[in-house]
Design a protein around this ligand. Structure first.
Ligand code: ADP
Length: 441
């Protein structure tokens, strides 16, 4: 038995013994018993009242002082109260920490009840999901997120996968929302901005559709001619030659498309080069000018080249050749016969620029920002007819990006266009440096 309880038993036994003793001596045991037990009850009632008062007003008063079993009870209660206080402080600190961490999160976080009433939300929830806390506390989630698919998701109770919806704040923002039930009565709603991913996915879909579309036409033409050739003995020789020429053109078109796609994919996926070559741009351009003249053929464009031979560029000769070639081919393609094409390689702001200026058909201003997008063409039929793939300027953009350079386009409808590749000073091989390297060799 508990020692405190023993003590109480001894007191009661003492009172009983004293009453019996006095009763034996005087013949009247009851007054002593009544007095002893009464005093015992009064003392206990007093302690009980003290305990009641303390329980009612725990914060302000100290725990009452008492001996015996009451003292033990008071001590135990005091220890429990202290422990509860410490736990409460710990919990409230954890809650504050959780709230400040959730507030700093870029993702939307909201806590809703099982009835989908908003209990709490972080600041990002306002931006992504239009849930403003504390103003919207108690509101139903579906009153704020009115997307029918989300309503279905919420009601289904099947939350293993997130759902993608448009943000109620702006239709341009795509949000991936996932619900996670926790505890027995609450749900965590997490919203993540996936606009960039959605855009990339759309780009991927467009890309696949574009490539398929580009390949379908030549394949259909080829298929048609192959079908005709099955009855080769019925075809006249001159007709056969015509068929083969068209088949050759179509296969060349597919070849160009695949080559351009491979170049683009290499540019996008290969890591940046660690070792740059010193590219003699003037010499490279002299070679490209000759190729452009060949391509121009009977159109007899007046192609001129002005290049500073001392300006050498640090980069990849292969990639730069591909970019410059694309600009030159475009100038030849989109400039009518006898037009002029001027190529210039010169210093600019400590760096250098390569300028291709033509007197061709020009480009309307609304098209200019889109020219470097894959498969973007001002006049699709015209581009295809001249052997274009719609990927040339995308290749130019990527090559320039890999050389810390950028493309400037100026154009006027009917007057001509100027494409300028601007290279920063860090990409230049200084004349002295190249000369000393040359001497050392
Ligand atoms: P394409 O293979 O169709 O030439 P590009 O990406 O090289 O593809 O060019 C995209 C579009 O930009 C072309 O289809 C054409 O409409 C326009 N363009 C490019 N260069 C010129 C130019 N020098 N003059 C006029 N239009 C041009």
């Amino acid at each position: 038995m508990h020692p405190g309880l023993w003590r109480e038993v001894w007191i009661l036994a003492g009172i009983a013994a004293a009453s019996l003793l006095v009763g034996a001596l005087t013949g009247r045991p009851f007054p002593i018993a009544a007095f002893g037990f009464g005093l015992y009850i009064v003392i206990n009632l007093r302690h009980l009242r003290q305990l009641h008062r303390w329980l009612q007003n725990r914060q302000s008063g100290d725990i009452p002082d008492a001996g015996g079993l009451w003292g033990d009870v008071f001590d135990e209660l005091y220890r429990m109260a202290k422990e509860t206080g410490r736990r409460e402080a710990q919990l409230s600190e954890m809650l504050t920490r959780f709230q400040s961490a959730a507030s700093a999160m870029p993702d939307a976080v909201a806590i809703v009840s099982r009835d989908s009433e908003i209990e709490w939300a972080n600041p990002a929830a306002a931006r992504l999901l239009g849930i403003r806390y504390p103003q919207d506390a108690g509101m139903r989630l579906l009153n704020l997120l009115r997307d029918p698919e989300f309503a279905q998701y919420l009601q289904s109770g099947e939350y293993s996968e997130p759902i993608e919806i448009e943000s109620p704040e702006t239709h341009e923002m795509h949000i991936s929302v996932q619900i996670t039930p926790f505890g027995s009565l609450q749900q965590l709603v997490i919203g993540r901005d996936v606009t960039r991913l959605a855009r990339l996915e759309q780009m991927r879909r467009n890309f696949v559709a574009n490539v398929s579309h580009e390949l379908r036409t030549p394949l259909t033409v080829l298929g048609g001619y192959i079908e005709t050739l099955r009855q080769i003995d019925k075809i006249r020789p001159e007709e056969l030659r015509k068929h083969l020429t068209i088949m050759h053109e179509q296969s060349a078109r597919m070849q160009r498309l695949v080559d351009d796609l491979l170049t683009l994919s290499r540019l996008e996926t290969s890591p940046p080069r660690t070792q740059d070559e010193t590219v003699d741009v003037a010499a490279l351009l002299a070679g490209l000018k000759e190729q452009a003249e060949l391509l121009s053929g009977e159109n007899r464009h007046a192609i001129t080249l002005e290049a500073d031979p001392d300006l050498k560029l640090l980069g990849s000769r292969e990639e730069l050749t591909s970019a410059f070639q694309n600009l030159l081919i475009n100038a030849v393609r989109y400039t009518p016969a006898a037009g002029a094409i001027r190529l210039t390689w010169r210093a600019r702001d400590g760096g250098a620029e390569f300028v291709v200026a033509d007197t061709g058909e020009g480009i309307a201003p609304e098209h200019i920002p889109h020219l470097t997008e894959r498969f973007y063409r001002v006049d699709t039929a015209r581009s295809r007819a001249s052997g274009g793939t719609g990927l040339g300027l995308s290749i130019v953009k990527h090559v320039l990006l890999r050389h810390d350079a950028h493309l400037e386009v100026e154009s006027e409808l009917g007057r001509g266009s100027t494409f300028t590749c601007v290279f920063p000073p860090a990409r230049m091989q200084r004349a002295e440096a190249s000369r000393s390297a040359h001497n050392a060799a």
